[in-house]
Design a protein around this ligand. Sequence first.
Ligand SMILES: NC(=O)c1ccc[n+]([C@@H]2O[C@H](COP(=O)([O-])OP(=O)(O)OC[C@H]3O[C@@H](n4cnc5c(N)ncnc54)[C@H](O)[C@@H]3O)[C@@H](O)[C@H]2O)c1
Ligand SMILES: O=C(O)[C@H](O)COP(=O)(O)O
Length: 400
Amino acid sequence: MYQINTFNAIAQEGMERFEDDKYAINDTDDPDAVILRSKNLHEMPFPASLKAIARAGAGTNNIPVERATQEGVVVFNTPGANANAVKELVLANLFLSVRPILEGNEWVQNFPFNPGDDVEAIAEDHKKQFAGNELVGKKLGVVGLGAIGALIANDAERLGIEVYGYDPYVSVDTAWSISRRVHRVLELDELLKICDFVTVHVPLMDSTRGMIGEHEIAQMKATAHLYNFARGPIVDKDAVLKAINDNRLGGYITDFADADLLHHPKIRVLPHLGASTEEAEINCAKMAAANLKRFLETGDIVNSVNFPSVQMSFNSPWRITLINKNIPNMISTISTFIANLDINISNMVNRGRGDYAYTLVDLDELDRSKVENLIDELNKVDNVIRVRAIEHPGAFYEEY
Ligand SMILES: NC(=O)c1ccc[n+]([C@@H]2O[C@H](COP(=O)([O-])OP(=O)(O)OC[C@H]3O[C@@H](n4cnc5c(N)ncnc54)[C@H](O)[C@@H]3O)[C@@H](O)[C@H]2O)c1
Ligand SMILES: O=C(O)[C@H](O)COP(=O)(O)O
């Protein structure tokens, strides 16, 4: 039985993938894996049993990824699974930025009409104060052309907006998906100078913390609007407040609530709603559950942020998985241990990522005690961080 613990509300459509006869949910303090959304794990020690953490979402800044790596815990996320939800929220805010839609509604709802008033005529009389602008022909800068940024760039371009994109690390796949009518910008300042709207979609990392600060805001048009649906600390809020109060920035729209940003007429604050659609929550939960199940049941790694992508078809009675330091001779050391126990290797794959590597070894061996003995031995090997044995689920092996 695998033990899974959850944090945050994970959509049932994902959780129901964990079959009752194989998985126990929230039943232990020593889980094999955790599935979560934005719960902060930084101060939480990991139990020795923990093998994997699945983030049902994109950002993993709530997870101590480096510590997880050192402790041999594989961290997964769900790339792209909530990108459409964020895209739609950003587009909605673009419309709200050019048209006083919310203000018009608020005015009508709160106007002190008297009984018998011609409400329609009074509204017609006042509508001029809620005239707006159009998005067609405006310039939008997209900082970070990943799953979300690429969708926004393409859809904004289709709306007739002139789109400029900046991402020095854009993936080849994403680059192919972006319309050739989206202008590629090589310097962030260049984009900031010309755009009416700038929307940021980069992960929060040491290199992006505060990346939109005083200098960057000073490049922007005084009428421009800055959007932050990525993470609060990517934008320097003090620089934003100062610029807005000095009339050097037109507005700030953020998905990250902060007491200092509340009740300002030029700042709109949302309670982290980017991924909060039924569709995105289901997509993320399903993908996170699939990542976890596959890892626990086969050792395959797909969509990890700290270990390499490794898949191998599982055709042997036993598979062992190893997380080890990425140093010379590890593979020969491991295979020598296996050979010394007179066990034959039927298939093997090893991939490194930075300082760590992941190895799958399929064994032509039916004797459980020999495999258990091997695991004990491998656990003693220097620079091996975690070893696991997975029995092939097909009972037919017992018959041979
Ligand atoms: N508001 C929400 O609810 C919500 C929902 C989903 C994601 N997010 C946030 O948005 C971030 C992006 O999500 P995504 O799914 O598009 O991720 P992604 O990994 O697909 O894309 C991130 C992109 O940022 C680029 N990048 C990294 N550093 C950069 C830099 N210094 N300058 C320019 N580009 C840079 C990368 O090359 C990549 O293309 C997430 O990490 C998360 O923090 C927020
Ligand atoms: O990084 C993400 O995927 C988003 O910020 C969504 O966070 P949530 O799952 O807590 O809504």
